[in-house]
Design a protein around this ligand. Sequence first.
Ligand code: NAD
Length: 270
Amino acid sequence: MYNLLKGKRGIIFGALDEHSIAWKTAERVHAEGGTFVLTNAPIALRMGTINELAEKTGSQVIPADATSLEDLENLITKAQEILGGKLDFVLHSIGMSVNVRKKRHYTDQNYDFTHKGWDISAVSFHKVMQTLYKQDAMNEWGSIVALTYMAAQRSFPDYNDMADNKAYLESIARSFGYFFGNDKNVRVNTISQSPTPTTAGSGVKGFDGFIAYAEKMSPLGNATAQDCADYTVSLFSDLTKRVTMQNLFHDGGFSNVGVSKEVMEKFMEE
Ligand SMILES: NC(=O)c1ccc[n+]([C@@H]2O[C@H](COP(=O)([O-])OP(=O)(O)OC[C@H]3O[C@@H](n4cnc5c(N)ncnc54)[C@H](O)[C@@H]3O)[C@@H](O)[C@H]2O)c1
């Protein structure tokens, strides 16, 4: 390890279990010398195994529903008290579609479900940043990252309303990135990650076929959760100080491939 995050403090949202992208990121940030508070929705804290991660990384856990401003205000105030100062990095690794969960087709949405999923998966990113901004909780040259998926740009039928949520999330990164950059020299980016076998990922219908297809389409293969953790650390480090307002594809090249030899060969099979 390289001590890339030595002396840096932050908050990591979304570690549910050891498969979570946020879990791998927390382990990697810890290895690079960063300190942080872990957070998740109260119900996820009951169902998941986050205490194990907290112990391993010497972190405290503060429950927060990312759609609740009150919870976020409490979280961000307490995190600064616990860590001993303003924050240098924040990871938003949160996503949930009630329509997907309840198996409602994209053409037959329940709009209460749509609204809830949008609030959790997209607007929560704005709420997190607005709370950080109002509390002036970020240090200069800090870095904020959220995770997204390419269904924001291209259609993937089974991704359902999460596609729209991700498009909104990416737009928030650009819009808030402008103000955070101008006013506080803080950068805001989204990482557009390969399909990854986690609780959220596996909830998408036909996920196994989907991940196998992406693997065959990507010259470097699918990026794993561990790879994503490494990439996120680079964005939290001082080595990427002027990267902001970007949607960064982290997908082994998938997003720029029209067709691959392997996928062609599948169609040539008798
Ligand atoms: N897995 C994939 O294929 C994939 C691909 C691209 C992007 N992503 C994105 O990566 C991020 C992390 O997902 P993951 O794949 O690690 O799955 P995960 O299920 O491990 O993580 C999702 C997290 O969101 C949390 N969450 C849900 N509702 C919440 C709320 N109201 N308040 C606070 N937290 C809440 C869950 O408790 C969970 O910890 C998500 O934004 C997801 O959309 C995942």
